[in-house]
Design a protein around this ligand. Sequence first.
Ligand code: SF4
Ligand code: SF4
Length: 403
Amino acid sequence: MKLQEYTESKHNFEECMKCTVCTAYCPVLQVNPRYPGPKQAGPDGERLRLKDPFFFHYALKYCMNCKRCEVACPSDVKVADLIQAARIKYDRSKPKLRDRILASTDFMGSLARPFAPVVNGVTGLGVTKTLLDATLKIDRNRTFPKYSGRSFERWLSRREKEQAAFPEQVSYFHGCYVNYNFPQLGKDLVKVLNALGVGVRLLDKEKCCGIAMITNGMTEQATRHAQHNVAVIGKAVAEGRKVVTTSSSCTLTIREEYPNLLGVDNAAVRDSLMIATRFVFEKLERGATLRFRPDFHKKVAYHTPCHMEKLGWGVFSEKILRMIPGVEFTLLDSNCCGIAGTYGFKKENYAASQAIGAPLFDQIRTINPDVVACDCETCKWQIEMSTGYAVANPISILAEALE
Ligand code: SF4
Ligand code: SF4
């Protein structure tokens, strides 16, 4: 074995210098006294797990994989990855029915879509929420996202020829949310990219990125999804297309979690996959132009999702929003909204989830914007439910401002 292989682990825990910076940035540690924090559950725990794999085992489930500790760490220790990898490696318990339901977003979406009006009506009823709270421990205060009666895939596949006529093409990893809940975001992306002379294609049947499966202990299913998605993205890349996304969490999962947590090699596709605001920004930097409505005016407050912080790409969404004539822009303080995908739906996490998001909600109320912008669908659910303010993806705001 080479010396480097002997001294460096995959997630770099040996580099921890015990500065405790990560503990100051962990949103869970601030509100949940049962959680020992990123340093102890991460690099400290990893050393101890070499002797006893169950060290801090009870606490790992409290980590919501927001990655804020990794952004803060000056030694590039992959703290959140260490915690999630330990869960994957040592947790022998089977996921609960609730966790399987929450994590199977594409399966649940395909079941609910044909009956969307009924499902939306029933899941909004107080009696349904009480029942789900009592039986599955999904907190009764949580609002469920609405389903759309028509899928985005169906909408775009009917426009294949029209999109193929554009001189440049991209493929779009739309994710479950756009396909089953909110096709309008995908339509907004098509409008923006068409205005830049770029046609939009579907991938050769994408699957859910698997982020909720990873955090809910469904590693085998997540790995199968990862292998499938890398193959279909690879096909688009081999045919010369970039692949754009509108969800920061799907993006982070495909780029980072596939190799780091699931061991799925994405080297051939990683650099070709990017969030749409970055793609648009780069087109504009190279000289492309957009025509804007002269009467557009909106007070926009941008929330950088945790996974966008980790990607380092919030700057692209910010620049796009600042560039729109008529936008009065505020960058919100860097705060986690608290939902972390399925985490905030669970009864045992609900109070912590709302406490984590409270500073963000207060700041939004103080600023009183027309709309909150952010690139993550679950942040949108959390902010809309907790503040009553409308939340839109920067791409949708850009689409609305176009002539
Ligand atoms: S911030 Fe990094 S170096 Fe500092 S204690 Fe946390 S993991 Fe260790
Ligand atoms: S990923 Fe987030 S919740 Fe987990 S330890 Fe790091 S900062 Fe805390």
